[in-house]
Write a protein that binds this ligand. Structure first.
Ligand code: GLN
Length: 488
């Protein structure tokens, strides 16, 4: 049952030489072989390349390299198909990239490998990270490891499902409007969207550049803190990355919440919230109080406009970012009589329906005559949303809410109704618009069927330490993260 260990437990066993990096990787590959035919989290993986990294880690361990020097030495970690991994395919869940192979490593991949991790695999996702269920993948739909008739969430559905089903010890995903926290909640793992600028995005394929962040999926808060510490920091190759020191996120995990002030956003606990989700979040708030935190009501009055604002800003940025996929430089090309026809045919055949919908919306809101009415206004509302949070953070250290309005829904349930799908992110989107930090962790299960429920903690800009401290204390006091999914 090696594959069920957390990263921290595995590190401990590797350090004592009770297991080897090769055995750790084999335990993941074995689990993938047993269940991925049903789960479909991986688009591909390259066992030979992974094994070479594991053997290198074993040589380091044999030579006496410690986890103090390389904190993730020998730990298998898999990647969402939106991050460049040199020599490996990169498709962003789309057909338009054809047989594209990454020519270089994303900064996060470099950092993981410098810390000794065994980086492997390409995890399924909604095409170009647009979606909430992984049903927009051009390849296939990933299933939820708790119930394979249900979606794992999205867009990083493969990253969440792989961790929840113990196919990897941890994974990376990206979050533009909830794509780490929402699938983490629906699959029952820990997911962090770091503060905008905390993690370099060099080597991340851009969806909406003012919103995108990379973050981890893990089986415990401690693991999330460890991986975030590894991948964070300034990078001259990403001009939006912050030049701020990276704290030791593991240092504050002491289980004590005395003196901590938590806010409950009244706007988040209303309409459309499933009663079982509400009960689980209410119970979690009580537990946090028992652990020493005080609770105060806070108000985020502009958050009701977050979904509308997001679908203007994100689509506008996506329409510009995706202009580069034109058949000239990257991936697939469909020939035409002239360049314009070639572009049209390539983009017509290469992009799926949701991506086309977003490009059309984004082009519309940026077009002259509509720019002021939509894009400019959305930018103003975005500022108000950020100000709401900064105002609330004068009173409280973090804000607690549900991560999603419901537990995992059935495959196909929302595919015909894009608006319903967009509302899956109603609690996660404002965090990206405000550029703050957000974490989801397990806080219970629905009864019939048994499906995970996620608790969202929203923190100040660069407030990750506080989020980890709260999440860790809650996790120590509750059993939810220990339950193993049926496919796990
Ligand atoms: N579900 C949201 C969307 O479809 C968020 C996606 C994301 O965070 N990448 O845009």
């Amino acid at each position: 049952m090696l594959h069920r260990l957390t990263v921290s437990e595995l590190v401990d066993q590797l350090g004592r030489r009770q297991v080897s990096a090769r055995e750790a990787l084999e335990s993941c590959l074995g689990q993938i072989g047993r269940i991925d035919g049903q789960l479909k989290a991986f688009l591909s993986h390259d066992p030979a390349d992974a094994m070479a990294q594991a053997d290198a880690a074993d040589r380091d361990l044999a030579a006496g390299v410690t986890h103090a020097e390389k904190p993730l030495l020998g730990v298998p970690i898999a990647l969402k198909d939106v991050l460049c991994h040199r020599g490996q395919p990169l498709n962003c869940g789309s057909k338009i990239l054809g047989n594209f192979i990454s020519p270089y490593n994303a900064t996060v991949v470099e950092k993981l490998q410098a810390a000794g991790a065994v980086v492997f695999g390409r995890l399924n996702m909604d095409e170009f990270a647009m979606g909430s269920s992984t049903e927009n993948s051009a390849f296939f739909t990933t299933r939820n490891p708790w119930d394979i008739t249900r979606i794992p969430g999205g867009s990083s559905g493969g990253s969440a499902a792989a961790v929840a089903a113990n196919e990897a010890f941890a994974t990376l995903g990206s979050d533009t409007g909830g794509s780490i926290r929402q699938p983490a909640a629906l699959c029952g793992c820990v997911g962090l969207k770091p503060t905008y600028g905390r993690v370099s995005r060099y080597g991340l394929v851009a969806f909406a550049s003012s919103l995108d962040q990379i973050g981890p999926f893990t089986k415990s808060t401690r693991d999330a803190a460890l991986i975030t510490r590894t991948i964070s920091g300034h990078d001259p190759r990403d001009s939006t990355s912050l030049n701020e020191p990276v704290p030791d996120y593991l240092a504050g995990l002491n289980g004590d919440l005395r003196g901590l002030r938590l806010g409950l956003a009244k706007e988040f606990m209303v309409g459309g919230l499933d009663p079982e989700v509400r009960d689980a979040v209410d119970a979690a708030v009580k537990k946090l109080q028992e652990l020493g935190a005080t609770i105060e009501e806070v108000s985020l009055p502009h958050s009701e406009h977050a979904v509308a604002t997001y679908y203007i800003i994100a689509t506008a940025e996506a329409s510009a970012n995706l202009a580069r996929f034109d058949g000239v430089r990257y991936g697939a090309r469909v020939a035409g009589a002239d360049p314009t026809e070639m572009y049209e045919r390539t983009r017509g055949a290469g992009f799926g329906a949701e991506v086309k919908r977003r490009i059309i919306l984004g082009t519309y809101v940026l077009s002259s005559g509509y720019y002021d009415a939509y894009y400019l206004r959305a930018q103003k509302v975005r500022t108000l949303i950020r100000q709401d949070f900064l105002e609330a953070f004068k009173k409280v250290d973090a804000i607690v809410s549900p991560t999603t309005p419901t537990a995992a829904f059935k495959l196909g349930e929302k595919t015909q109704d894009p608006l319903q799908m967009y509302l899956s992110d109603i609690f996660t989107i404002s965090c990206n618009l405000a550029g703050i930090s957000g974490l989801s962790l397990p806080c219970g299960f629905t009864r019939e069927p048994k499906l995970p429920i996620g608790l969202q903690l929203l923190g100040q800009p660069l407030g990750e330490s506080t989020l980890f401290r709260i999440a860790h204390a809650y996790e120590q006091a509750t059993p939810w993260h220990r339950d193993v999914a049926p496919l796990g």
